[in-house]
Design a protein around this ligand. Structure first.
Ligand code: AMP
Ligand code: ZN
Length: 472
């Protein structure tokens, strides 16, 4: 099976074909850096990483660009809300650049902690003002945009395909927006390319006036064009980006070039928490620190986020995390087993045994991934491989090729632990000393050692008379 992806633009799965043979130009809408990202945002960014990893697995050379929105994203996504960054800077009496730098650094660090491959570039909107103004100028010259006072709007009625991505019709949008009081626009559905506000903290001089700042949508059109060119293969974002953000990007970019913009539009469904919406005010917009505070390994989060298909809503609960931790333990166990099988220490007598089982698991995995990145099915194939290993069906030669296969799986999914995990002799000694302390009912010393090891990232669990350790 060749790689197929669901395209929001055509509302169907399509065979993946690139503009240029063997090369993929991909743009991912990144975060608005006015706050720490939460695990919902991460679902969208990890999907971009998954897609990149799978394309590379399939032999493509990928250029991945993920932007950082550091100005112009308004709170209600329409033209009249507050700029999220500006609002926070004002509230805290800080320089907005200080805020955006702080959260952009945290964002990049969070991606690293989640084992996401670094994008080739993370362009920031504030570094691309001339490119945005260049596009705006041409859109005005070509009759797609108009200036009123010091503001510039895109006239959606002039772009024939407006609504193709989201299914929204210009007339319906206009009717729905009638209560809006913005008298400057020719039609209520028109959206801002450039806004003027003397009180805005981040502002630039342009031919439209001294105090302007860009609309959120023009930022992504300009950054995609600058770093990837006029036409790109894939554009991604969360489901809330379909409208208005991506609909408006298409209008701007295609009106500007007179040709198609992105071939495939791919959107991640929202992550829910405890079956409901995630929100800061609900106290469930968890960050990576919240996950670690509950003693969960971040690769358990990675596994959890991959358990659901990206186009299905995924429900995050602590029970699901505990379940993922167990599933990961099984996959860690699979790696250890295969290593012993390959070394002839366990497994089937016949070295070639298990070939058919391995072939089936491997093709199920690849088919699932090729089928619009169906990660739940791909994970199921790994667990059936473990069942075969546990039931002694695999011989040493197949054990070795199964390990090779897991190397590729790790390249695609990024959560396996393939290196041999052994503890320092000093840590082993401490665990033994704690065991002795417990046997002597010296609870104080036992607790002391547990805390000492915790500080080194080693978690101890006493179960069924045994002490097992894991990294936390
Ligand atoms: P923002 O910082 O608001 O621009 O959001 C960054 C990205 O995270 C966008 O692609 C959003 O669509 C996505 N996103 C926000 N909340 C969630 C969520 N709960 N689940 C999945 N993606 C989300
Ligand atoms: Zn964007």
């Amino acid at each position: 099976m060749t790689f197929q992806v669901y395209n929001t633009l055509t509302k169907q799965k399509e065979v993946f074909r690139t503009l240029e043979e063997g090369k993929v130009r991909m743009y991912n809408c990144g975060p608005t850096v006015y706050a720490r990202i939460h695990i919902g945002n991460l679902r969208a960014f990890m999907f971009a990483d998954l897609l990149r990893r799978w394309l590379e697995h399939e032999g493509y050379e990928v250029c991945q660009i993920m932007n950082i929105t550091d100005v112009g994203h308004l709170t209600d996504d329409a033209d009249d809300g507050d700029d999220k960054l500006d609002a926070r800077a004002r509230r805290e009496g800080k320089d907005p650049y200080e805020i955006s730098r702080h959260f952009a650094d945290l964002f990049l660090d969070d991606l690293k902690r989640m084992e996401c491959l670094p994008a080739h570039h993370y362009p920031r909107a504030t570094d691309h003002i001339p490119e945005m103004l260049e596009m705006i100028d041409k859109l005005i010259a070509d009759g797609y945009a108009y200036q009123t006072g010091e503001n510039v709007y895109f006239e959606v009625g002039k772009f024939e395909h407006y609504g193709r991505l989201s299914g929204n019709k210009v007339d319906d949008l206009d009717a729905g927006n009638r209560i809006e009081v913005n008298q400057e626009k020719r039609a209520p559905a028109d959206f801002a390319l450039w806004k003027s506000d003397p009180s805005h903290l981040m502002k630039w001089e342009s031919r439209f006036g001294p105090d302007g700042f860009p609309g959120w949508h023009i930022e992504c059109s300009a950054m995609a064009r600058k770093h990837l060119g006029d036409r790109i293969d894939i554009h991604t974002g969360g489901e809330d980006n379909v409208f208005p953000h991506h609909e408006c990007e298409i209008a701007q970019s295609e009106a500007f070039t007179g040709e198609g913009f992105a071939t495939y539009w791919m959107h991640t469904k929202f992550l829910q928490v405890d079956g409901g919406k995630m929100g800061k005010s609900l106290g469930n917009a968890y960050t990576l620190d919240d996950i670690e505070a509950k003693h969960h390994d971040l690769r358990t989060l990675r596994y959890t986020l991959l358990r659901g298909h990206y186009r299905s809503p995924l429900n995050f609960t602590w029970d699901v995390m505990a379940d993922s931790a167990k599933a990961l333990e099984k996959l860690d166990d699979l790696v250890g087993r295969l290593r012993r099988i390959a070394a002839g220490e366990e497994g089937a007598q016949d070295a070639g045994a298990g070939q058919a089982e391995l072939d089936t698991c491997r093709s199920e995995f690849v088919d699932a991934m090729n089928d619009d990145l169906n990660t739940p099915r791909a994970l199921a194939s790994l667990h059936s491989l473990r069942d075969h290993a546990v039931q002694g069906r695999i011989g040493s030669a197949c054990g070795a090729s199964a390990l090779e296969f897991l190397g590729k799986v790790h390249g695609a999914l990024g959560f396996l632990r393939l290196e041999e995990d052994s503890l320092d002799a000093s840590i082993e000694a401490l665990i033994q000393e704690r065991l002795d302390a417990r046997n002597n009912k010296n609870w104080a010393r036992s607790d002391e050692i547990r805390d000492e090891l915790l500080a080194q990232g080693i978690l101890l669990e006493d179960t069924g008379g045994k002490t097992v350790w894991r990294r936390g």
